[in-house]
Design a binder for this molecule. Structure first.
Ligand code: UDP
Length: 238
């Protein structure tokens, strides 16, 4: 049996919205800053990342405007691959070794999603970025983050949010009396109907005892600190 100390392994979920800084597409300055924060922690923590795609397309929104939902969701998934490639580029510029694995085959730009191989990359110190969500319509990348974390045996799901720094008692944009919750159980979060994370992601983590930390991307340093284990934002667990 190996006596080597096992490194902390995290699954970081980055919303697509943060990549676009509020606009359509990728803002290189923002992605470069996020990449530097991740690279800073990559020597001591094994980091896998699920990237969202909300800065390109959200299937549910396109279907409300007349598109077939399944096709719109595939467009959403392709958006996540563009984000994965942008993040890969800036991570490499920041000195991190990386691999992108895609749930939709596109072998010129990414490896296929192979969980065992992803784990080997992590053990070798590479940052692994999962693109194309689960490869399935009707899923969100929050749910994929929970699923990938379970499959690669991560210690925690770190949900980095744009514009909000944790789970609140109500939507802070709509209710000025809302307060941030320090820790909450999955059961409570589901019963209260808190919307900051989708319910499928919550229940997948609840059923499999996977803790989740929800925190804000800002201020600078938050992403690094959360990866290294700082207790910022809201902890959701059983
Ligand atoms: N998507 C999907 N299946 C998945 C993951 C994502 O169909 O497994 C699509 C879905 O249309 C979603 C879009 O990709 O709206 C972008 O992902 P998400 O909305 O989760 O991105 P985020 O809000 O985190 O930027």
């Amino acid at each position: 049996m190996s006596t080597a100390t096992k490194k902390r392994r995290v699954l970081l979920k980055l919303s697509g919205e943060s990549f676009g800084a509020g606009s359509l597409g990728v803002n290189p300055d923002v992605v470069s800053q996020i990449a530097r924060e991740i690279a800073e922690a990559a020597a001591t923590v094994e980091i896998a990342i699920v990237v969202g795609g909300g800065n390109f397309f959200r299937g549910a929104e396109l279907s409300l405007r007349g598109m077939d939902r399944g096709r719109a969701d595939y467009m959403g998934m392709l958006g996540t691959v563009m984000n994965a490639l942008a993040l890969q580029d800036f991570l490499e510029q920041a000195g991190a070794e990386t691999r992108v694995q895609s749930a939709i085959s596109m072998t010129q730009v990414a490896e296929p999603y192979i969980p065992r191989r992803a784990e080997r990359h992590l053990e070798k110190g590479r940052v692994v970025i999962f693109g194309a969500g689960a490869g399935l319509p009707y899923f969100s990348t929050d749910t994929v983050a929970a699923q990938r974390a379970l499959e690669i045996d991560a210690d925690i799901v770190l949900l980095a949010k744009n514009g909000v720094d944790g789970v609140y008692t109500a939507d802070p944009k709509l209710d000025s009396s809302a307060t941030r919750i320090d820790s909450i159980t999955y059961q409570e979060a589901l019963q209260t109907g808190l919307k900051v994370v989708d319910s499928t992601a919550f229940s997948l983590c609840m059923d499999n005892s996977m803790p989740m930390q929800v925190f804000g991307m800002a201020p600078a340093g938050n992403v690094t600190n959360a990866i290294l284990g700082a207790r910022i934002g809201t902890l959701v667990s059983n």
